[in-house]
Design a binder for this molecule. Structure first.
Ligand SMILES: O=C(O)CCC(=O)C(=O)O
Length: 270
């Protein structure tokens, strides 16, 4: 397990009417957190759509309501990663999941924050994280490592359903956006790259998280260090969404305009 005591994310809801102050806080701290900003009903519909697909693949306990997202205990095939599974490929095609990236609240907020015409990346992510699967917990990283293009890309991380700390959630390191681009190393387990926890400790900055509730929005800059926390529950699936935005005039990597993991699914050419 990877987590120590965490600080709490600062809620910026009281600054929603004051764009210059919000921009200043984002530039200084590298993240903004808004408690209850987004449409909870719409997010719960996306959650149910995602869990219905997971249910078709046998991962949901049918003795509980679908919306509870209880894990059936069926192991995820060891040979397969969630991000290249047919289940994930199906989630990436869900109309409700894709449409949420263009909803008016996110669009208006980012247009104000970036003070420019926007591009919302097609590379959206709808993630289901299995309980107790700690080797798959997303390690600390800066999104710029994966997203490339302009570092001024912003990620929205959204829990689709309540996500108390023991279910995982996300933690950010405030002000790490001023540290420059850090060296990412291959990490065991996830198959991805990241920054080892000991190296993050040496940076001398805290980690902040929250007991996320459906409707909360956490957004952060492409250079802000962040990581997932372990899903320590016995049987709850963590369901989360990621949408990314940047200024239209800035550099963009072509992969941002394709669906995530394009070319990596069975039967797909690279
Ligand atoms: O939810 C996760 O496990 C990772 C999310 C993440 O790294 C991101 O939003 O960039």
């Amino acid at each position: 397990m990877t987590q120590k005591t965490m600080g709490q994310l600062r809620d910026s809801m009281e600054l929603l009417h004051d764009m210059p102050k919000l921009r200043k806080r984002l530039e200084k701290e590298g993240y903004l957190f808004f408690r209850g900003l987004l449409d909870a009903e719409e997010l719960l519909r996306i959650r149910e759509d995602m869990l219905s697909i997971a249910d078709e693949y046998g991962f949901v306990d049918r003795n509980a309501p679908l919306r509870d997202g209880r894990y059936s205990g069926q192991p995820f095939p060891e040979s397969r990663k969630f991000e290249t599974s047919p289940l994930y490929r199906r989630i990436l095609e869900l109309p409700s999941f894709n449409a949420f990236g263009r909803n008016p609240v996110l669009t208006l907020l980012y247009t104000g924050l970036l003070d420019a015409e926007l591009v919302e990346h097609r590379r959206r992510i709808g993630r289901i994280t299995f309980p107790q699967s700690f080797l798959n917990t997303t390690p600390p990283h800066q999104d710029h490592f994966y997203i490339k293009g302009t570092p001024d890309t912003y990620t929205s991380w959204i829990a689709a359903g309540d996500c108390p700390e023991e279910m995982g959630g996300l933690a950010v390191m405030p002000e790490s956006n001023h540290l420059g681009f850090l060296r990412h190393e291959p990490m065991s387990g996830t198959g991805g790259h990241g920054i080892p926890h000991e190296k993050c400790d040496e940076l001398g900055l805290p980690w902040l998280t929250a007991d996320f509730r459906v409707g909360d929005l956490l957004l952060f800059h492409g250079m802000t260090l962040h990581k997932a926390l372990d899903n320590r529950t016995a049987d709850r699936l963590r369901v989360s969404l990621e949408y990314r935005y940047q200024r239209r005039k800035d550099a963009i990597d072509p992969s941002s305009m394709e669906y995530h993991m394009k070319g990596s699914f069975e039967g797909e050419g690279a």
